[in-house]
Ligand binder design. Structure first.
Ligand SMILES: C[S@@+](CC[C@H](N)C(=O)[O-])C[C@H]1O[C@@H](n2cnc3c(N)ncnc32)[C@H](O)[C@@H]1O
Length: 287
């Protein structure tokens, strides 16, 4: 029988949190394979500098129990959204309920053209979740002026939010440090014994493969090299470091001095996104 009683505070942590956004490159389906490479125990901190939809964080938070957690992403709207889920859960759920009730093509485009900077903090996060769950493929794309410009998706009945999951997510975000900015920040934050998991935008596997830009500035080969230097610094400091990326010559060569394992992922294998298949991805480890 369905109970309409509100869940007591402590039970938010008993329900496993799941990603509440659709996110390009989301790792949910890869978790069982990735988990085989996680350290057995996390006595120190867990830091994730390309947090995205948080699939790996939610798994680690619910299963491995680190001493403290830091999530970083250079998408300011995303980090603002995490902060709001954590700190203003009930107000956010209420605002999402209003979007759900109003959802239509006209409402979508009206919300899309709002300037998030002019909304109140809860409204700004609700707009982000609403657009993410109703737009085409959950894409995040902005124009040259930084305005979200993805068209509406073809969902007859989009599941915009699950209040109980948001409460569980909020419970699991308590005490988590949430930082907007470049991944390199992690170099000044991580300490010996911390576990750092990097899931950057992948290096394209071929010149024809589509590049997904998450922010106005695409992630270049130079950024991949910058990331590798950060990995070397953290490894020298005694951190446990794990990096996901595409399986290609450039990445294998970049990390040639590290342990490289492969996992099998369901991804578009060429520029035609309708042709999906299993493809290798690499996992780089310093342990
Ligand atoms: C592949 S996604 C991460 C997916 C995540 N692991 C998940 O399961 O949803 C990469 C993320 O890196 C962020 N990003 C891109 N360039 C960045 C940079 N220079 N510094 C920090 N974050 C960056 C993007 O906003 C995006 O959320």
């Amino acid at each position: 029988m369905l109970s309409l009683e509100p869940m007591p505070e402590s039970s938010f942590l008993e329900r496993r949190p799941a990603p509440f956004l659709k996110w390009a490159g989301g790792k949910s389906r890869l978790i069982p394979q990735l988990a085989a490479f996680f350290p057995q125990k996390l006595p120190r901190g867990y830091l994730e500098p390309f947090a995205g939809g948080g699939a790996v964080f939610f798994h680690v938070r619910a299963n491995l129990g680190a001493a403290h957690y830091t999530l970083i992403d250079n998408n300011e709207e995303l980090i603002h959204c995490y902060r709001t889920v954590r700190d203003e859960t009930d107000a956010l759920i209420e605002r999402l309920g209003a979007h759900r009730a109003l959802h239509s093509r006209a409402h979508y485009y009206q919300v899309r053209q709002q300037d998030p900077g002019l909304l109140d903090p809860v409204g700004r996060a609700a707009r982000f979740i609403y657009l993410n769950k109703t737009c085409y493929n959950g894409l995040y794309r902005v124009n040259s002026r930084g305005r979200f410009n993805v068209p509406i998706g073809a969902y007859p009945n989009p599941q915009i939010f699950d209040p109980e999951n948001l409460k569980s997510v909020a419970g699991h975000l308590q005490g988590v440090a949430l930082e907007t900015g470049d991944f390199e920040q992690v170099v000044s934050l991580a300490q010996e014994g911390d576990f750092v998991y990097f899931d950057p935008p992948y290096h394209p596997i071929s010149r024809t493969s589509k590049f997904t830009s998450y922010t106005p500035d695409a992630f270049s080969s130079y950024d991949q090299e910058r990331l590798k230097r950060a990995v070397e610094l953290l490894a020298a400091r005694g951190c446990l470091v794990m990096v996901s990326n595409s399986d290609c010559e450039f990445i294998r060569d970049l990390y040639r001095d590290f342990r490289i394992e492969t996992v099998r992922a369901a991804r578009a294998i060429n520029s035609d996104a309708s042709r999906r298949g299993l493809i290798n991805e690499v996992v780089v480890l310093n342990y």
